[in-house]
Design a protein around this ligand. Sequence first.
Ligand SMILES: [Fe+2]
Length: 242
Amino acid sequence: MVQDYSKYTPEDFKVWKLLYERLMPHLPGAAVPEYLEGIRRVNFVADRIPNFDETNRLLASWTGWELEVVPGLIPDKDFFELLANKRFPASTWLRKLSELDYLEEPDMFHDVFGHVPLLTNEHLVSYLQELSKIALRHIDDPYAIELLSRIYWFTVEFGLIQTHDGLRIYGAGILSSKGETWYSLNDPKPARHPFDVTHILDTPFRKDEYQKEYFIIEGFDQLSACIPELDRVLNEKVSAKD
Ligand SMILES: [Fe+2]
């Protein structure tokens, strides 16, 4: 599949612009600086839906990753195979103006605005790639894949990070949602735990509401460095279940 840029309608451009302009003013002081730098690196702006050819050229110069067009949610095996090969699955369709805030399935705004800026970060992409290699070794075991989806969820989608200037967001699921940006950092209700592989693997998640728990990394290198531990703890849990 390829992105057919000529198919985007004036409504699509309006949706991208509205979402972009609604979120961007809230991100300085909320998003991790590496994400904001990533936006600059991949040249995202309000007035133009990203063109994947250009995005891929830019990503290539930072980490060698590229976007792979997918129709929407894809089977786990395909998903992890793409990531293990430095290809990030992204849809090309945009939500409608009438559904700016609620989505059944991630659209291009989530996949691209949420995820792509940090695909310029070496630690994050190394983590994604190595986590996916572990997933492929367990791909026929639904229990192992469920545990790995938890760590993907609580990092890549809903991760928080401690910086010198305070708590910040790096998870794409938060960064592409207007309401959860403020909530994840400031609301007293959710629990905020230090990043801990075993704790995360033991924590189920919900997709249909704001998170009740978040996990905080101390730096992106903590993600790439956790892979041997993830591999070991997962193997222990899988063996214990057999
Ligand atoms: Fe996502």
